[in-house]
Design a protein around this ligand. Structure first.
Ligand code: HEC
Ligand code: HEC
Length: 615
């Protein structure tokens, strides 16, 4: 049965989808995903022989087993939670899957991989699993616990939890299993200073503690992929390098956001350099997954915003990095031609490439939005013949919300594809940085705001300069992305953003307020918080003058933000000056203009914060 479509990158997905539709009547229906529910492949893994690929289908809630040579979906394992990460045991007999859920579980699936054999709770939204070389430990990054759960795979217990920094979403082990490198999604700390960047946590697996933290270059955010070279000498991280200190007046030459690859030395536990993945006049937006071929020759990065991959020659990369003078080395993070001659950009059929799996000669890439797998031959000169395997039977049925989600992530909505909305609003939330948008003047940067409830809580923007979110969405396309797009693109984004739902706080205990948060709930009323932050939206939809504004905004009033999900939107205040809620209610609330907090003792303050962080 023919289920594979051959197409070069010049033919689009539409043609591929038409072909599949034509082949549809030949297919055994049960093996295909229901086109009404997009599969959203988010993780892939295969054994060394590369014959069978396991695909975590996040929206569909299934793991598909795909025969890579025929492209046939052999079976689907349903999971009770949306699968977010996969890993195989070293003997390839056990498949581990994690469920992206507040009560996220680790699912154990034994050969022949037809059903879940064991399940146990691991943490809030696990997004990455690494298995030790001897198979006895699993290290699971629990995104909203901000930690790594160390699992005894034989006993099926969590042995310990090791703190990461903030929202660990990807991790990689050295080949000897001694060090775990963890990518924290966004920066932690106040954002009104000269430096703000996300960090890499390095965990010593023997001691089960953090051995070091590597600070990436200023503006590093949205860390999505991390891998260790097969020789164990280098770590590579894909991320955005934001030029957040410049006013957002233009996009040319990566003025706002560039897309980058950082290279770390394992032996020295430090950053070697950061290179740009963009070209002078063409951004390579939203670098996501990355991996090395087993022979160590190539490094492949997926670009989720431009639907491409970069194939980088590792020998040439390190030869060039090693040959740089100090001056050239320090200029490298600004050099948009650094990768010329050592990297190939390959356009994929499909939309939203994220996860990937590599053999020495093929890159297998999961396209999140088009629900397809692309197989790209490496080391072929000229235009590669790319095979596409569709995970659904025919074209997906796209709801208005899904179209909006696609637009929000698509750098085609941006001049020269430098960025997408998600470049500054990861998961439609915050990047932890300040940006000097032009809608309220130049020289008054604002901390990025979350999109959650933005449409339900007008006006928007810190100074309320936009009457409602619909206006901000259109202004974003026009004045941040410098693109002219049909109105329907913006309408779909509205639909996507309106449909966002809050993620339950990791501070909740079994879904309810902790005793401390219950005491805090009373203080919330006593300290007058509820007057401006009334339930259910926790905002009065008004502007207030709290004395928090400075510089050219001095004396201006500020929009009351919703407090829902405030546990994940640090730093706080319109200019991100408060790193924590504790700082907000102590050093940044002089004269009790922002609720009456001066009379609270430390314990009461902790209770109030527990409550606010539970919303
Ligand atoms: C360069 C970074 C950046 C990019 C790219 C970006 N935004 Fe924003 N966005 C911000 C910042 C910063 C704020 C907060 C500004 C303020 O408070 O004055 C914001 C605020 C918003 C708000 C208002 C939130 C509220 O409730 O106050 C909306 C809506 C929004 N952005 C939508 C979008 C859309 C849609 C896109 C893509 C077309 C986009 N943004 C791209 C940085 C960005
Ligand atoms: C007079 C109205 C008012 C009162 C009373 C008030 N707030 Fe606010 N709150 C605001 C405004 C306005 C802002 C935005 C201030 C800024 O960004 O400069 C804000 C910001 C916040 C933020 C930061 C949100 C973010 O994303 O940056 C938190 C948290 C918060 N308030 C909690 C509280 C608590 C807890 C109390 C009681 C101790 C309280 N507020 C009392 C109006 C008020």
């Amino acid at each position: 049965m023919k289920t594979i479509l051959s197409c070069t990158f010049t033919k689009g997905m539409t043609r591929a989808l038409q072909l599949t539709a034509a082949l549809l009547f030949l297919m055994p229906a049960a093996l295909f995903g229901n086109a009404a529910v997009p599969p959203s492949p988010t993780a892939v893994v295969a054994g060394k022989s590369g014959t069978i690929l396991f695909v975590a289908e996040k929206t569909a809630g299934t793991i598909a087993q795909v025969d890579l040579s025929s492209g046939a979906v052999l079976n689907r394992i349903p999971l009770p939670q949306p699968p977010s990460a996969l890993a195989l045991s070293p003997d390839e007999k056990i498949l581990y899957a994690a469920g992206a859920d507040p009560e996220g579980a680790l699912f154990i699936i034994h050969e022949p991989f037809t059903e879940v054999t064991e399940t146990f709770r691991i943490g809030h939204t696990p997004e990455s699993i690494c298995i030790s070389p001897d198979g006895t430990r699993a290290y699971v990054a629990c995104r909203f616990n901000d930690d790594i759960a160390v699992v005894d795979t034989a006993e099926k217990t969590v042995l310990s939890r090791i703190n990461a920094v903030r929202e660990p979403v990807a991790a990689a082990l050295t080949p000897d299993g001694s060090l775990l490198f963890v990518a924290n999604l966004i920066p932690k700390g106040s954002s009104d200073g000269d430096y703000a960047a996300a960090r890499i946590s390095i965990i010593d697996t023997m001691l089960q503690e953090t051995a070091a933290e590597v600070f990436l270059l200023n503006g590093s955010s949205s860390l999505r992929g991390i891998c260790v070279s097969p020789d164990g000498n280098y770590v590579y991280v894909s991320h955005i390098l934001a030029r957040y200190h410049l006013p957002t007046t233009q996009l040319e030459r990566g003025w706002m956001n560039t897309n980058a690859l950082s290279i770390l030395s394992v032996a020295e536990k430090k950053l070697i350099n950061t290179v740009l993945l963009d070209d002078v006049d063409a951004g390579a937006s939203n670098p996501w997954g990355l991996s090395c071929t087993p022979d160590g020759k190539c490094l492949v990065v997926t670009h989720a915003g431009t639907h491409e991959i970069s194939v980088i020659d590792r020998d040439k990369l390190h030869a060039k990095l090693g040959s740089l003078s100090d001056k050239e080395g320090s200029d490298t993070p600004n050099n948009l031609s650094f990768l010329v001659d050592l990297r190939t950009r390959i356009k994929l059929p499909g939309n939203g490439p994220r996860a990937l799996w590599l053999s020495d000669d093929t890159a297998v890439i999961a396209n999140y939005f088009s629900g397809s797998i692309a197989c790209v031959p490496l080391h072929k000169s000229g235009t590669p013949e790319i095979r596409e395997i569709l995970l659904t039977d025919g074209a997906q049925t796209l709801t208005e919300e899904r179209k909006g989600e696609i637009n929000f992530h698509d750098a085609a909505l941006c001049f020269q594809q430098w960025q997408s909305c998600v470049s500054c609003h990861p998961d439609a939330r915050v990047d932890g940085l300040n940006w000097d948008l032009l809608n309220d003047g130049i020289g008054n940067p604002k901390n990025t705001r979350s999109m959650l409830l933005s449409h339900q809580t007008p006006p928007v923007m810190s100074l309320g300069v936009r009457a409602k979110a619909e206006v901000a969405v259109r202004a974003g396309i026009k004045f941040i992305q410098f693109a002219v797009r049909p109105e329907e693109d913006a309408e779909a984004i509205d639909a996507y953003l309106k449909a966002l739902t809050p993620v339950p706080s990791p501070r909740l205990e079994k879904g309810a307020l902790s005793p401390s948060a219950q005491r805090g709930e009373i203080l919330f009323k006593q300290a007058h918080c509820a007057e401006c932050h009334p339930a259910p939206l926790y905002t009065d939809l008004k502007l207030h003058t709290l004395g928090t504004t400075r510089g050219m905004d001095e004396g201006k009033s500020v929009d009351t933000p919703t407090l829902i999900e405030v546990w994940r939107t640090a730093p706080y205040l319109h200019d991100g000056r408060a790193a924590t809620l504790h700082e907000l209610f102590t050093i940044h609330n002089s004269g009790d203009r922002h609720g009456k907090t001066s009379s609270l003792n430390e314990e009461e303050l902790a209770d109030l914060i527990s409550y606010v962080e539970s919303l």
